[in-house]
Design a protein around this ligand. Structure first.
Ligand SMILES: [Zn+2]
Ligand SMILES: [Zn+2]
Ligand SMILES: [Zn+2]
Length: 406
């Protein structure tokens, strides 16, 4: 379901073969485990935390001594939590003693993670200790006690995971579309928005840690204005303080070279499109890849009668994605079916807007339905695609190497 970039450590889904942040190819993993283990010795807590998380996911046995050392040496609650979580996943019983020390005297989140790890290691011998500190434990700690004394079938789940959401382009596009077709808006836009948010969240986090990501941003014109705005919508101020200070420091060093390419960083979307450079924004590149994947999957799904039934009951697609789908479907009967379904969706919107207007004029505003109240806003999104998504991006004439049409 997910893989980690061996260069910048960002997390991606199955659909990507190259890291969109630093461009490293998937599978090029030489020395990855060693770099992660070296990361456990970093002075930056977020580096240690993330290295521990990935080592745990990858079940790297050779990392156990260094993870145990982190448990002894660190005082950072979230670093300790990540190291304990990793040791539980790797499943090496030599970690029992250091985990017990965290349970006795560690900060709260770390204590809970250590309890879960001990449950995963089936360390029934530590039950007396867990019972002793039991009153200070939360749900995970109590769950660990219940598992170890046989009152529960499975160890409790970890309380937190850093990237619990779906990674960008993660999962089977057909399954995601089946799940999203009942949404009140365009399912392709909704999935692309999830992918984009995952991408931007990782950019914000990893650009502070990996110089290669900042280099790429500076060399390749950064993000287009829409995607910079999208970053502003999902980011926290403190997150931006960290990521943008690193980026601005790099830009300050390069400022005299920026004028050599006038579209660099300041190029508007229109200018870039005219010059065939739309894909230079990394976020646009990711959206375009996602869009192609979903539209192709949709063109296959639409051949299935039961899927068509769900599609007709849903809210339809935005116009740009309907056009993408139409050109991806080869069978002319199916194209007609797509058109008819879209006509139905558009007419339903018209009815809702008209009904809203009529009720308002007759002073029956209180009788309007939720669908009627939202119809006009929905109509705008049908025309444009969801906010922050450049719908139909993969079909525009200015296609870069990642394009290829739907
Ligand atoms: Zn990378
Ligand atoms: Zn759409
Ligand atoms: Zn963009």
């Amino acid at each position: 379901m997910r893989w980690y970039c061996a260069q910048c450590w960002a997390e991606w889904g199955e659909g990507l073969t190259r890291c969109p942040l630093c461009e490293a190819a998937r599978g090029d993993e030489e020395g990855f485990a060693d770099r992660l283990i070296a990361g456990l010795r970093s002075d930056t807590p977020s580096v240690v935390q993330h290295a521990a998380d990935i080592l745990g996911e990858r079940r790297e046995q050779q990392a156990v001594p260094e993870l145990a050392r982190v448990l002894e040496a660190s005082a950072d609650e979230f670093v300790l939590e990540a190291a304990a979580r990793a040791l539980g996943k790797i499943g090496d019983r030599s970690a029992v003693a250091p985990l017990c020390r965290v349970v006795s005297s560690g900060p709260r989140a770390a204590r809970e993670a250590a309890c879960v790890a001990l449950a995963r290691l089936h360390a029934a011998e530590v039950l007396p200790l867990l019972r002793e500190v039991g009153t200070s434990l939360g749900a995970c700690g109590i769950g660990a006690i219940e598992y170890l004394d046989g009152r529960r079938a499975e160890p409790p789940a970890d309380a937190s995971g850093q990237w619990a959401h779906r990674s960008a382009l993660g999962g089977d596009p057909a399954a995601l579309l089946r799940g999203g077709i009942h949404l009140p808006g365009c399912a392709v836009c909704a999935l692309m928005a999830e992918d984009l948010n995952g991408f931007l969240a990782q950019w914000q986090y990893f650009s502070a840690l990996a110089p290669a990501i900042r280099d790429r941003f500076c060399e390749r014109t950064g993000f287009c204005p829409e995607h910079l705005n999208a970053l502003g919508r999902i980011a926290s101020q403190q997150g931006l303080d960290v990521s943008l200070s690193g980026l601005m420091t790099d830009l300050a060093d390069r400022v005299s070279g920026l004028h050599e390419d006038p579209t660099r960083l300041t190029g508007s979307a229109a200018e870039n499109a005219l010059m065939g450079q739309e894909d230079r924004c990394q976020a646009c590149g990711l959206c375009s890849q996602a869009e192609i994947l979903y539209i192709r999957a949709l063109a296959t799904l639409i051949q299935d009668a039961s899927f068509r039934e769900s599609y007709a009951k849903g809210r339809g697609m935005c116009i740009p994605h309907c056009l993408c789908l139409r050109s991806a479907v080869e069978d002319s009967d199916l194209t007609e079916w797509v058109d008819a379904a879209q006509r139905g969706h558009l007419r339903r919107l018209v009815d809702e807007m008209q009904s809203h207007l009529r009720k308002c004029r007759q002073r029956l505003r209180r009788d309007t339905t939720r669908d009627e109240e939202r119809a006009a806003w929905r109509a705008l999104r049908v025309l444009s695609g969801e906010q922050g998504i450049k719908a139909g991006i993969s079909r525009r004439p200015a296609e870069g190497p990642q394009g290829g049409g739907c």
